[in-house]
Design a protein around this ligand. Structure first.
Ligand SMILES: [Zn+2]
Length: 265
């Protein structure tokens, strides 16, 4: 209880994020966005000290904007993944102007949920239904439409990544289930998750989702990014900007949100 209260009252953590990136810079890390790594991956085989930065903008565009300004000041580049509900033409234009990467945080199952629920008389039947080929196909089509619409509005993108939505995963399917290599090829994009599939780079995935409140687990040496950076390990760092800019009231709202609707990743 005390632990939760302590987390709840913590201040925004921009300085903690800045500290980590500064440590990586000082230790000679090559810091880059997802597609920047992917494009040059052949020249990176055998390298250490690689840090790939990925941000999933689940909720707050303001915090994403703060993250962008901070990284711009530090002189590093990263990839920002937007959901439809967080797309910001202003931020996207600025990111593109400054050489940052813009990606799509896809969630076809979330978007098609009202339609799908209308097909099922009982929610209990949904998880069975969700594995049917027709369901997957409908969501793949939704994904294709979403990516092409996103590109139509905001210009070309090179990578996408699935948004984990509790409502649909509870029902038996996740947004990442919809993606396969053929679809990615057809869309001409990569999935940020692909980086973890190639052992040649020995990436360690770190996420600020280790705790609901958005702080990595400091007790665990193997997943403490400060330790990993000190040891020169290759890291894919997933952060949610809203976890770093929270104040007390925002945190309180998140606790309620998590309680009622589940954890968003
Ligand atoms: Zn997400």
């Amino acid at each position: 209880m005390l632990h939760h209260l302590k987390k709840l009252t913590e201040r925004p953590k921009w300085t903690a994020y800045e500290k980590l990136i500064t440590e990586a810079i000082e230790n000679g890390y090559h810091i880059m966005g997802v597609y920047d790594f992917w494009r040059h991956r052949n020249s990176f085989i055998g390298n250490d000290k690689m840090l790939v930065l990925r941000h999933d903008i689940d909720n707050s565009v303001n915090d994403a904007y703060h993250m962008f300004l901070l990284e711009k000041e530090l002189g590093v580049k990263s990839t920002f993944y937007f959901r439809w509900k967080t797309v910001s033409p202003v931020l996207i234009a600025e990111l593109q102007d400054e050489g940052f990467e813009v990606g799509f945080h896809h969630e076809p199952t979330t978007l098609s949920l009202p339609f799908l629920l209308a097909q099922c008389t009982y929610v209990e039947t949904f998880s069975e239904y969700s594995y049917q080929e027709s369901f997957i196909k409908a969501n793949q089509q939704q994904l294709k439409n979403d990516v092409s619409q996103f590109q139509h509005i905001f210009g070309n993108i090179n990578s996408i990544v699935a948004h984990g939505h509790r409502v649909t995963t509870d029902m038996g399917i996740s947004n990442s289930d919809v993606v396969n290599p053929e679809i990615l090829k057809e869309l001409g994009v990569i999935s940020a998750n692909d980086l973890m599939k190639d052992n040649a780079y020995r990436f360690i995935a770190i996420t600020d989702q280790d705790s609901v409140y958005g702080i990595w687990n400091k007790e665990s040496n193997s997943h403490n990014p400060h330790n990993l950076v000190a040891r020169g390990k290759n890291i894919v760092l997933l952060t949610h900007p809203s976890h770093w800019g929270k104040n007390f009231f925002k945190r309180l709202a998140t606790v309620k949100y998590h309680k009622w609707f589940g954890v968003i990743t």
